[in-house]
Write a protein that binds this ligand. Sequence first.
Ligand code: DOR
Ligand code: ZN
Length: 360
Amino acid sequence: MSDRLILRQPDDWHLHLRDGAMLATVVPFTARQFARAIVMPNLTPPVTTVAMANAYRDRIRQAVPADSAFQPLMTCYLTDASDPNEIERGYTTKVWAAAKLYPAHATTNSAHGVTDMKKLTRVFERMQRIGMPLLLHGEVTDPGVDIFDRENVFIDKVLTKLLDDFPDLKVVLEHITTAEAVDFLMATSTQIAATITPHHLMISRNDMLVGGIRPHLYCLPIVKRERHRRALRRAATSGSAKFFLGTDSAPHAVHTKENACGCAGIFNAPFALELYAQVFDEEQALDKLEGFASLYGPAFYGLPANERQAVLERGRSEAPREIGAGNERLLPFAGPNGLAWRFVGLVEAAVNETRPRAGS
Ligand code: DOR
Ligand code: ZN
C-alpha cells in the first residue's frame, strides 16, 4: 500500500464561505487545498444579482492568502422572482458559474428560496439554452414528509419532472445522501451529476444520535442509515463521472450548533482532502480518488482540470479542537476516528509528466 498520494489538484464543487470575520477565517483552509470552489450564495441577504456576486467575489478574493491561486466560482441564488435576463448576463460575463435552487425553508438561509418550480419555467428554459448548470438542494419541504425521506420524495416528485421538462438542462443534485439517489443517478442521462460530502461518506445517523445527540454532526440533508453511507461510498469510488467532490463545508459558530435549536452544517474545510483520501483508502480505491476529486467536476462544468498536483501522506495527525473566527469559535470536522492522512502541499506538475500518479 502506498504511503504517499499525488493527484491533480482538486476543486470543491460545493462550499459555504459566509461573510465578514467568518469568511476571513475559513477561506484560507479551502484555498490551501483546492484550486477552485463553487461558492454557495445563501448569505443574508442572498446573492441574487450580478452586482452582489461581483462584490462578494471581491470580498472572497481579499481573504485569499497571497501565495494561493484559489479562484472562487460564484453562484446565483434563485428566487420566485429571478429574472432570466439577469441570470444570463451574469453567466455570459463569467461572474456566475451556476445557479443554486433552494426550496424555500429547506435549510440555512433559504427563506427566499423557490416556493414553486413552475415559477421558474422561463429561468430553466434560459439556463438550458445557454448551458448554465442548475445546482439543487434536493429536498422537499412539505411538513408532512419525514425529514429522512425528503431527498427521496424530491427525486420522485420534483426532479424527475424537471429532467423530463428540460432534457438538456445541466443539473447537479447536491450533497446526495441515499442509496436511492445513487440508483437514480446511475439510471439517468449524463445531464445530471451529483456531489458527495466527506461527512456523508463517513457518518451515519447512529454517529449523530446514539449515546447522546451530537449537534456538530447535524447537517442537511440529514445523515441517513448505514446502508446509505455504504451506497455513497460505492458511488464515490465507482469511477463513474456522475459523482464528484463537493464538501458542503458549512461553518457555524459553536454556540449556534450547541443550542436548543442548533444550526445545520458541518465545517470540514480544514481537513477535506484528508477525509476523502481516508474514505478512498478504506475502500481500497485510492486510484479512483483523482477522477472524483479532480477530473469529473471540471469535465461537467466544461472547465480544464488543474495543472498543479496535491500531495498527501499516510499518517495520523491531530486536528485542532477549535478554531477562532473573530469573536466566535468553529469546530472542524475531522472524521469519527481522527485523521489517517496528512495534506503535505501543492507542487507544480513535472514538465514531462502528462498523467499524475495516484500513489507512488
Ligand atoms: O447543513 C447544511 N448547511 N445544509 C445546507 O444545505 C446549508 C448549509 C448552511 O448554509 O449552513
Ligand atoms: Zn450547502
